[in-house]
Write a protein that binds this ligand. Structure first.
Ligand SMILES: Cc1ncc(COP(=O)(O)O)c(C=O)c1O
Length: 459
């Protein structure tokens, strides 16, 4: 963005808000984890001796609870969701077969497909839902297709039934990546149960968190037997991985604690964002996840889910429906507050429980200008942190032109929906976004100053 345009925005802000500053206080963080004291106590118990008593009972109880929730025959807890994807792909395809998947996902998912012997084939996404397009899937199926992997992103259910029908026509298995969509439904069926196998993530930013971890659910006994056989050679994880995760969670929990966030964390974040202080921005920006680039499956991934995590999962499971309902209520507020702004692409609204809105994902062509405006007005909002992997130099061999995915990468930002996010904060977010558009139109109509500056900033 050009300096001139940035200055214009700031001048506009001052004209309207100077002296009123009603938005200066009470900024809430864009993210809060679903951790509580129990999350830390269970971890402490584990490192202070629990490790030596690795009793699978709690894991079996958690797996049983997942089977009951999803009415599936099988559930297997895994070290991470990505490992569930690896195990599912490996069990379902022959080496060298193609796996059709969305490019708008984390690099680790693509890596897992490759490590499992598959060749990723990127199918572009639908612009509004950011999920894989059924038409694209159908177009790309060929005799060497081994599986279709769909992602239900942001808690927005993909068109799983339609894609499953296409897969069935060609006798191709469908895997559902539900890392971000625990509890979502499509056409009345829980995501994860529509295809041959569903995979969930219990990583710490997800709505059911056990620090790390995930689960595979399926009704296909043949597939589950293959996965269980593979897991037999796995061992309990080395401590440093989980320790690092808990440490990073603790830092996030402290930094996002309301008083600390308002007095220290947010002023620092805001200052760094507005002044482009990259050393700080770089540290706090969530990156498209990728563990160390590797040629083969890293050994640490051949780890098992631990009983202390299962205990944590069981304790969190009972809150999930309540949390989802709150997120849907929050999405509804955003939707109602923003639906008439033509420049924004909003996600589809469903209040019947089928979309669970891990965030309220919005797209706007001048996203970075809007985010700057929001920070100026004391809002804490994040740009989307995934990249479109279809044109990543890392996956050059599998390049495909996926223009929608690229656009989503450039234009997406997340409005917070987490259950503890106060309603007034949602209202303030809406108010500031509306104010941004009002100012743009009031400046551009009579004088066209902003438009001309914007044009300049794009050249
Ligand atoms: C869409 C998607 N798939 C898969 C994963 C991998 O989950 P995990 O970190 O548990 O391996 C993530 C993690 O954020 C994700 O967002």
């Amino acid at each position: 963005m050009s300096q001139r345009y940035r200055k214009n925005i700031l001048v506009l802000n001052n004209q309207v808000l100077e002296g009123k500053n009603m938005l200066n206080f009470g900024t809430s963080p864009k993210n809060r984890l679903y951790t509580n004291l129990n999350s830390y106590f269970l971890f402490l118990g584990y490192i202070l001796g629990g490790q030596s008593k690795q009793d699978r009972k709690d894991i079996e109880l958690f797996e049983q609870a997942l089977c009951e929730r999803f009415a599936t025959k099988h559930a297997i807890c895994v070290y991470q969701c990505r490992m569930g994807i690896y195990l599912a792909v490996k069990a379902l395809i022959k080496p060298g077969q193609e796996v059709i998947l969305s490019p708008y996902t984390i690099a680790d998912v693509i890596n897992m497909v490759i490590f499992a012997g598959g060749r990723p084939v990127f199918a572009d996404v639908d612009r509004q839902t950011c999920n894989i397009s059924p038409t694209e899937v159908e177009r790309l199926i060929n005799p060497n297709t081994g599986a279709v992997l769909i992602t239900h992103l942001h808690g927005i259910a993909a068109e799983a039934h339609q894609i499953k029908k296409i897969c069935d026509r060609f006798h191709i298995p469908m895997i559902e990546d539900c890392a971000q969509s625990f509890g979502a439904y499509e056409q009345g069926k829980a995501v994860g149960t529509i295809g041959d196998v569903g995979v969930f993530s219990f990583e710490m930013h997800k709505n059911l968190t056990t620090w790390l971890g995930g689960a595979v659910i399926s009704n296909r006994t043949d597939l589950v037997e293959k996965i269980r056989a593979e897991l037999e050679s796995f061992s309990y994880p080395p401590l440093p991985g989980i320790k690092r995760k808990v440490k990073s969670g603790l830092i996030q929990d402290i930094a996002s604690f309301p008083v600390i966030f308002q007095l220290f964390t947010y002023p620092l974040l805001r200052f760094s964002y507005l002044k482009d202080i990259e050393v700080v921005n770089e540290k706090v920006r969530r990156k498209p996840q990728e563990s160390q680039p590797a040629e083969h499956l890293p050994d640490v991934y051949k780890s098992l889910y631990t009983p202390f995590q299962a205990r944590l999962g069981l304790s969190r499971l009972k809150y999930i429906n309540h949390d989802i309902k709150k997120r849907i209520d929050n999405a509804l507020l955003y939707y109602e507050g923003l639906k008439d702004i033509d420049e924004l692409i909003l996600p589809p609204l469903r209040t019947d429980g089928s979309h669970t809105y891990l965030w309220f994902p919005v797209q706007y062509s001048r996203r970075d200008d809007l985010l700057r405006f929001m920070f100026t007005h004391h809002r804490d909002i994040a740009a989307g942190h995934f990249t479109s992997t279809a044109d990543s130099p890392r996956y050059q061999e599998f390049y495909r032109d996926c223009p929608n995915s690229k656009k989503v990468e450039q234009e997406l930002f997340y409005l917070p929906t987490y259950p503890r996010y106060p309603r007034q904060e949602i209202e303030k977010n809406i108010q500031v976004i509306r104010q941004y558009f009002r100012q743009i139109s009031s400046v551009s109509k009579p004088k066209d100053i902003l438009t001309s500056t914007l044009t300049m900033s794009n050249t």
